[in-house]
Design a protein around this ligand. Structure first.
Ligand SMILES: Cc1cc2nc3c(=O)[nH]c(=O)nc-3n(C[C@H](O)[C@H](O)[C@H](O)COP(=O)(O)O)c2cc1C
Length: 195
């Protein structure tokens, strides 16, 4: 499906192609395909190469599926139910500096895990899969479902799937997914200091 997004400056098409659909085709995804996408996330950069992220995944209909779906806020249910896989992006808030025994806070754990999600979603777009990141979930329910260690936080649950042709949708869910825009670069990037 051609992207409706237009960049101000020349960039690789993968950045324009990636978007967050609200409806997927319910197609199955193989575990090896999902692991390929997670491999891209694994190669994200991180402060001190700590790699604070962890990914917990579920393939459509498997044992973990219903628990993860029910941990999402109701407004995400329809989208998630049409996905091929769900991936919880979590990270360790602490790290153990080499040669020490006391964990210290890692101030970059959220930033770094965002970078991992970004690599994941761009690799997905390059492979004709799409990712909807969902911050709308019940933290306690997710933590219980995935047996989250107490020193970890969950950031998003990502729904992965194939694009539905928006014309096949009976509601307006997903109709404008690929069309949203961005603030101009001139209002986002400043030479030297804020205006
Ligand atoms: C951290 C984060 C949380 C989000 N949570 C949700 C969500 O719970 N439900 C949803 O439908 N979209 C969610 N989104 C998707 C955003 O609305 C979407 O990324 C934004 O509108 C830009 O559109 P694009 O991703 O298609 O470029 C989330 C995105 C991010 C990065």
């Amino acid at each position: 499906m051609p992207s409706k997004r237009v960049s101000e400056w020349p960039i690789d098409n993968a950045f324009l192609k990636r978007h967050s659909p609200r409806a997927f085709s319910k197609e199955k995804i193989t575990e090896s395909m999902l692991l390929t996408l997670l491999e891209a996330a694994r190669w994200a950069p991180s402060s001190l190469n700590i790699q604070p992220w962890r990914f917990v995944y579920s393939l459509r209909g498997d044992q973990a599926w219903n628990g993860l779906i029910s941990s999402l806020r109701p407004y995400n249910h329809t989208s998630a139910c049409s996905a091929s896989a769900l991936v919880v992006f979590a990270s360790n808030r602490f790290h153990l500096p080499e040669g020490t025994e006391d964990p210290v806070l890692n101030p970059f754990h959220v930033f770094d895990t965002g970078a991992a999600w970004s690599c994941f979603s761009i690799q997905a777009a390059m492979s004709d899969w799409y990712v909807l990141p969902m911050g709308g979930f019940d933290s306690a329910a997710i933590a219980k479902n995935i047996r989250l260690p107490s020193d970890y936080s969950v950031h998003i649950v990502a729904a992965i799937g194939r694009m539905l042709d928006p014309s096949a949708l009976t509601t307006n869910l997903g109709q404008n997914d690929a069309a949203n825009n961005r603030r101009p670069l001139s209002e986002t990037a400043f030479l030297g200091h804020f205006p």
